[in-house]
Structure formats: C-alpha cells, structure tokens
Ligand binder design. Structure first.
Ligand code: 1GP
Length: 228
C-alpha cells in the first residue's frame, strides 16, 4: 500500500461542506500525501459516499476518519479511528469503537485500520465539547503522548487544535517524546509560514478549514512542507 511513514501533509475535507470540482481537483493534484475525509457535524453516509467517489477520480490516497459508524463505507484506502485521550467519557476512548467492532469485527480489514490517539487542545472546537474533553496542561499533554508511544503503541498521536493555530512550543515538546508514534498536528493552518513552523516538529500536518476559507493559501501549504 502506501508508505505512511513518509507522509508530511494531508488535507482534511468535510463531507458536510460544499467543494466545487475545480477546487477539488487542485486539492487532489496538489502533491499532498493524502486526503482525510472527516468532520464533526452532519456527517452522513450520503455525504461521505459522494465525496469519496469524487476524490477517486484522482490517484491521491484517501482515508476516512470515522466519526459515526453509520457513515462508514468500503472503498477508502485506510480508516482512521480516533480515540480521544483527553475525553472525560469512556465512550470516546473505548466504547464507541468497541460497539463498532462488536457489530462489524468479522468483516473489518485490520490492515486498513489505524488508531489515532487524539488530544483536543482547543476548548472552543465543536469536537472538544462533543467528546466531553478536559484541557490538559503541557505536562499532562506530554503524559498522553508518552502513553500513546509506550503503553498503547499507537501509530498516531494527533494534537488537535481544530479552528485555531496551536502553540508550536507544545508541539515541539510533544514531538520530543515520540519515536515510533507519528505526531499529527492539525488546527488553524491558513498559510505556508504556519505550515512550515508546525511541520518542523510534527510528522504530518493537517489543513482543513483553510481549503474552504482561502484555498489559494491552503494550496501553498503543500509546497511549504514537501519538496515538490
Ligand atoms: C481538523 O485538525 C484538522 O480536524 C484541521 O484543523 O480545520 O483548523 O485546519 P483546521
């Protein structure tokens, strides 16, 4: 399949948001390493299927970040399963995933599944409230990263600032703890300087909102991170 160890940049597209064909083509052909399909609100099977079939016109790898079990469909290259480490409800760390495996465990292709240890760092993000999170201190954030690496052996630790630009010092401190576990950074990257700054520490940066808000700048984040 693909060599995820070399991935540096991904775009995250929200199946609940409109994107025209021209922009979608630019995003898919931008040289980004992959497209993640994922969102928090109004993610439906219909929306996911439509976006998947449009992305499939291009060769870019396509990943579904699972938010509701009802919107999961075959056809993606990988499925990322968020486990929210700083949620206060066991549901978002364990139970939702468990329920899905109880129902679909026999037909899941485990080679396509990757767990993401999520740490949600923006109190105002929809997903923060949705998943009942508690804001960790820097020390606590580092402890989550250590657990992701040494206890859970997770493939990814995702520092999620969704909607706001995060603190590069925290990203740097977290990166120092991770060797096997890849660090994903997402949140508020709107132009290439921010992409450069965060990718100095994060293994992979995620650009979401900027695609819809300022696509020209969003597209430039690819070249800032990858030698094209
Ligand atoms: C959201 O981390 C991603 O899950 C990207 O965040 O939308 O703020 O770019 P933005």
């Amino acid at each position: 399949m693909y060599n995820m160890a070399e991935w540096r940049h991904v775009f995250k597209l929200d199946p609940a948001k409109e994107i025209d064909d021209e922009l979608l083509e630019k995003i898919c052909e931008s040289g980004t390493d992959a497209i993640i399909v994922g969102g928090t609100d109004n993610v439906t099977l219909d929306g996911v299927l439509q976006l998947l079939s449009r992305i499939r016109r291009y060769t870019v790898p396509c990943i579904l970040e699972i938010s509701t079990i009802d919107s999961v469909t075959p056809g993606f290259d990988y499925y990322f399963v968020p486990m929210v480490l700083n949620s206060q409800e066991k549901k978002w760390m364990m139970d939702a995933q468990h329920e899905a495996v109880v129902e679909y465990g026999d037909i899941i292709d485990w080679d396509q599944m990757r767990a993401e240890g999520y740490c949600i760092m923006n109190k105002d993000a929809k997903v923060y409230e949705h998943a009942g999170c508690k804001l960790p201190t820097t020390e606590e954030t580092i402890a989550y990263a250590r657990m992701a690496e040494h206890l859970f052996h997770l493939p990814f630790f995702y520092l999620e600032y969704s909607g706001v630009y995060g603190d590069p010092k925290i990203v740097e401190a977290v990166k120092r703890e991770l060797k096997q576990t890849k660090l994903i950074y997402g949140g508020g990257i709107t132009h290439k300087e921010q992409a450069e700054e965060m990718s100095a520490f994060a293994d992979i940066i995620v650009v979401g909102n900027a695609v819809y808000e300022n696509s020209k700048e969003a597209l430039k984040t690819v070249g800032a991170v990858k030698a094209l």
